[in-house]
Design a protein around this ligand. Structure first.
Ligand code: IMP
Length: 388
C-alpha cells in the first residue's frame, strides 16, 4: 500500500497495554509494503537497547534516540514515507509541530505513548497529539488486582501506592509499575479536583481576627490549587526559562508558594503599583508605578504574578507598559479573580480562584496594609474600620 497522503495515527493506553507491540506490527506491515521507515524515541527511555524500540513481549525494531523533539525533522530523509515515534509522552510540546509538519509533507506518522502518568493525569503532549490525529487507538491492559480491563498505570514504591506528590525518582526505594482499572488505581494525597469555582464562605472560627465575616478559601484549598497551577505552568513553559514578575506587595506569598511548585527554570523580579487612594478600598483607576522592574525584559518569557484582579485597571496598565519592552511572551497568573467587577477586559492565563464581589484579606492581601500574614483568604465584615 503506497501512502501518498500524510496522516497522524496514535497508539495510546496504559503501561503493558501493548502499544509498542502494536507499533512494531504496523511497522513490519509497512516494511512488507516496501515503505521507507524511520523510528525515533526520546533518549530518556533507555529501558532497553538504546538503538531499538522493544516491547514488553520482546519484539523489537531499530530506532534513533533523540534528545529533543526539534532533532527529529532534520534527521528525516527525503525518501522516508513512514515516521514512527515511541514513548512520545516524553517529548517536549514541539513534538506536535514536528508531527504536523511531517504529515503536511505527505509522511505517515505513527505515534505511540502513554496517555496518562501514574497519577492518572494527561501525560506530556499526548492530549494535543490525539487532537491532531486522524486515527486514535486506545489499548487496554489487564488490571493486576481484579483482571478487568485496565486503563491506568499504578506506581508502587516499596509495595505501597505512590502518593500524588512523590518525586519522579525516589532514591533507594524499590519501584514498580502495574496496570490497573479505574477502581483499583490508587493515588493517595491527590489534590481536590480543579477548585477554581467560587468556594463557599465558612463562618469565622474563635481565635480568628474579629474583622472577619468568614473564611472564603482555606489554607489547604489554597495550597492544593497552587500545586495545580504550578503543574500547569511547568507543563506550558517546559524547556524554557521564565521570569516571574511579582506585583508587590500582595503577590508575595503567592509567588513564594507557587515557585516551589515549579519544575521549570525561573528567575524573579518585582514591580510595585499603587492604585488605591489612601483609606479607600477600591481601585482609583489611576495607576502609579512605585517600583519598576530591575532588568531589561526584552526577549524574556514574562509571567506576571498578581494577588487579585478586580476592576482590571492595574493589570491592564502593567501589561501595556511591559508590552512596550518587547518580551518574548507576556502572560498573567492571578491567585484571585473578581471577574464580575471587571471594567477593563484583560486576558488572564492562569486563575487560582474566581471569587464573588467581597473585600477579601489574607495570604498577601491587606486591609489598610494589615493582616497580609493570614494563611487563608478571609472576607472582611461590611463597614469594618481598622484602628490598630
Ligand atoms: P484593580 O485595578 O481594580 O484590578 O485592583 C487590583 C488591586 O486592588 C490588587 O492588586 C489589590 O492590591 C487590590 N484589591 C482589589 N480587590 C481587593 C480585595 O478584595 N482585597 C484586598 N485588595 C484588593
Amino acid at each position: 500500500m503506497k501512502h501518498s497522503h500524510g496522516s497522524i495515527e496514535i497508539i495510546t493506553g496504559s503501561m503493558f497495554s501493548g502499544k509498542t507491540e502494536e507499533l512494531i506490527r504496523r511497522l513490519r506491515r509497512a516494511r512488507i509494503a516496501r515503505q521507507s521507515i524511520q523510528v525515533f524515541k526520546p533518549v530518556i527511555d533507555n529501558r532497553y537497547a538504546s538503538e531499538k524500540v522493544k516491547s514488553h513481549a520482546g519484539t523489537e525494531f531499530e530506532a534513533t534516540p533523540v534528545a529533543r523533539a526539534a532533532e527529529v525533522l532534520p534527521l528525516v530523509r527525503p525518501d522516508t514515507t513512514v515516521v514512527a515515534l515511541d514513548e512520545a509522552q516524553f517529548f517536549e510540546p514541539e513534538i506536535a509541530e514536528v508531527c504536523r509538519a511531517l504529515a503536511a509533507r505527505g509522511v505517515r506518522v505513527i505515534v505511540a505513548g502513554l496517555d496518562q502518568d501514574f497519577r492518572g493525569e494527561p501525560f506530556g503532549s499526548m492530549p494535543q497529539l490525539v487532537s491532531l490525529a486522524e486515527h486514535v487507538d486506545k489499548l487496554h491492559a489487564i488490571c493486576a488486582v481484579c483482571g478487568n480491563e485496565a486503563s491506568r498505570t499504578q506506581r508502587l514504591i516499596n509495595g505501597e501506592p505512590a502518593q500524588y506528590d512523590d518525586p519522579v525518582v525516589v532514591v533507594g526505594a524499590s519501584e514498580l509499575y502495574e496496570a490497573r482499572c479505574r477502581e483499583h488505581h490508587l493515588v493517595p494525597r491527590r489534590p481536590t479536583p480543579s477548585t477554581s469555582q467560587p468556594p463557599a464562605l465558612q463562618p469565622a472560627q474563635p481565635g480568628q481576627p474579629e474583622m472577619l465575616a468568614g473564611v472564603l478559601i482555606s489554607e489547604a484549598q489554597l495550597q492544593a490549587r497552587i500545586r495545580e497551577l504550578g503543574d500547569a505552568i511547568s507543563r506550558d513553559y517546559a524547556g524554557r526559562s521564565v521570569l516571574l514578575l511579582c506585583i508587590l506587595r500582595g503577590g508575595v506569598l503567592f509567588l513564594t508558594d507557587l515557585m516551589r511548585q515549579l519544575s521549570v527554570l525561573h528567575t524573579l523580579d518585582f514591580m510595585a503599583i499603587s492604585s488605591y487612594d489612601p483609606g479607600v478600598r477600591r481601585s482609583s483607576g489611576q495607576v502609579r508605578i512605585a517600583l519598576d522592574v530591575s532588568q531589561n525584559i526584552e526577549g524574556q518569557h514574562v509571567l506576571v504574578i498578581e494577588d487579585i484582579v478586580d476592576t482590571g485597571h492595574t493589570i491592564a496598565a502593567v501589561l501595556d507598559l511591559l508590552a512596550t519592552r518587547r518580551p518574548a511572551s507576556l502572560k498573567i497568573c492571578t491567585l484571585l479573580d473578581k471577574a464580575e467587577r471587571r471594567e477593563v477586559q484583560v486576558p488572564i492565563d492562569y486563575v487560582g480562584f474566581t471569587i464573588p464581589n467581597h473585600f477579601v484579606v489574607g495570604y498577601g492581601l491587606d486591609v489598610d496594609e494589615y493582616y497580609r500574614n493570614l494563611p487563608y483568604i478571609g472576607v472582611v465584615k461590611e463597614g469594618f474600620v481598622f484602628h490598630p
